[in-house]
Ligand binder design. Structure first.
Ligand code: MG
Length: 351
């Protein structure tokens, strides 16, 4: 008799390669995708997960809702431009926004290490409160767990979010079409550099602050005026490069980017050079790319640049006919390189 089809007898990630989980398995790069593709997706397999989107969109009594979750393990918990509390709100709100949803409700789960200063917990929670109020969402349910001293690292937060889609558009990777224009909402690399600067003790003339922000107002404005938005992706772990490669692969299209159009602040560029980082792979927490129909590009750029979160928005590339999953970048001097996901870990625990 044949074995049941879903009966797996051995771990699909060869034990000789990775007998244990590495930090890089959480990086947003190749190893994390291997984990998702070989362990998580086959186990939980369903049509929602298979869309490889920032959240699941499903219908309840004629209304479309979006549902997402994210855990926050950033170190240090306080950094220029934010902290783990505001980040836990922005990150989840943004994942809902990337589904085209208006964020409504969040849950908050806290894992706190014994000995963590009560004053720090209070500051984190106040920051969450302010971020939620500013974003127009409510934290409606939660959980607290305390682990033994030395068995955690201060505080970890998980937030899940629910939002509603108030339009009939489908926004997800498989909607990307040849001819679409790719818009970037602003300069990249600030979140990762702000956090690394604290860790490495780097001093700049003026502090580089994280771009951490909730971007749903801007996204909903674009959708609301009728811009044909086909796909959205926030540029968190793995940065712009990983987001582009993920979408090219999921949508089975080829993407061509013009490097000179990608805004990176001079101080961020300099810090990347000192730290040996490529800004294309550095995390952001208030930046996204939008794949829009080319006829709507001028209108979309005008709306973005008129919003405080999109003042430096740029048209950075196009979706072209060609090898599925390929992302090419044209440099200042006219040469072309292929973008791939990182194999190792560039910046662990950045969000
Ligand atoms: Mg995301």
């Amino acid at each position: 008799m044949n074995e049941p089809r879903d009966f797996v007898t051995s771990c699909p990630i060869p034990i000789v390669d990775y007998p244990n989980v590495l930090l890089a398995h959480g990086s947003g790069g190749k190893l994390m995708h291997q984990l998702i593709e070989k362990i998580f997706r086959p186990a939980f397999q369903n049509s929602y997960l298979n869309q490889q989107h920032d959240g699941a969109v499903f219908e309840v009594e004629g209304k479309r809702l979006a549902f997402t979750t994210d855990s926050y393990v950033i170190r240090p918990i306080f950094f220029p431009g934010g902290d783990i509390g505001s980040l836990a709100v922005h990150g989840t709100v943004n994942d809902l926004a990337m589904c085209g949803a208006k964020p409504l409700f969040l849950s908050a789960g806290f894992v706190v290490e014994e000995g963590f200063p009560m004053e720090s917990l209070w500051r984190v929670v106040q920051s969450m409160k302010q971020a939620a109020q500013a974003a127009g969402v409510e934290v409606v349910t939660g959980d607290t767990k305390v682990v033994d001293k030395g068995k955690g690292d201060g505080i970890f937060i998980n937030t899940a979010g629910i939002g509603v889609l108030e339009h009939n558009r489908t926004i997800r990777p498989d909607q990307v079409k040849v001819g679409d224009t790719i818009l970037l909402s602003g300069d990249i690399g600030r979140h990762g550099i702000a956090v690394m600067a604290v860790r490495e003790g780097l001093q700049f003339d003026s502090a580089i602050e994280s771009d951490s922000a909730a971007v749903h107002h801007l996204v909903l404005k674009l959708i609301g005026v009728g811009i044909q938005v086909h796909c959205l992706r926030d540029l968190t772990r793995g940065g712009l490069a990983s987001a582009l490669v993920e979408i090219a692969r999921t949508s089975k299209t080829k993407i061509a980017i013009d490097e000179t159009k990608v805004p990176v602040r001079e101080d961020v560029k300099a810090a990347c050079e000192i730290l040996g980082l490529d800004p294309f792979y550095v995390a952001n927490e208030g930046r996204f790319i939008a794949f829009v129909a080319s006829k709507d590009v001028e209108h979309a750029i005008t709306i973005m640049r008129n919003d405080p979160l999109g003042v430096s928005a740029e048209q950075i590339g196009k979706v072209e006919a060609g090898e599925a999953g390929l992302v090419t970048v044209r440099s200042q001097i006219g040469t072309s390189r292929i973008l791939d996901m990182l194999t190792g870990e560039q910046l662990p625990r950045i969000c």
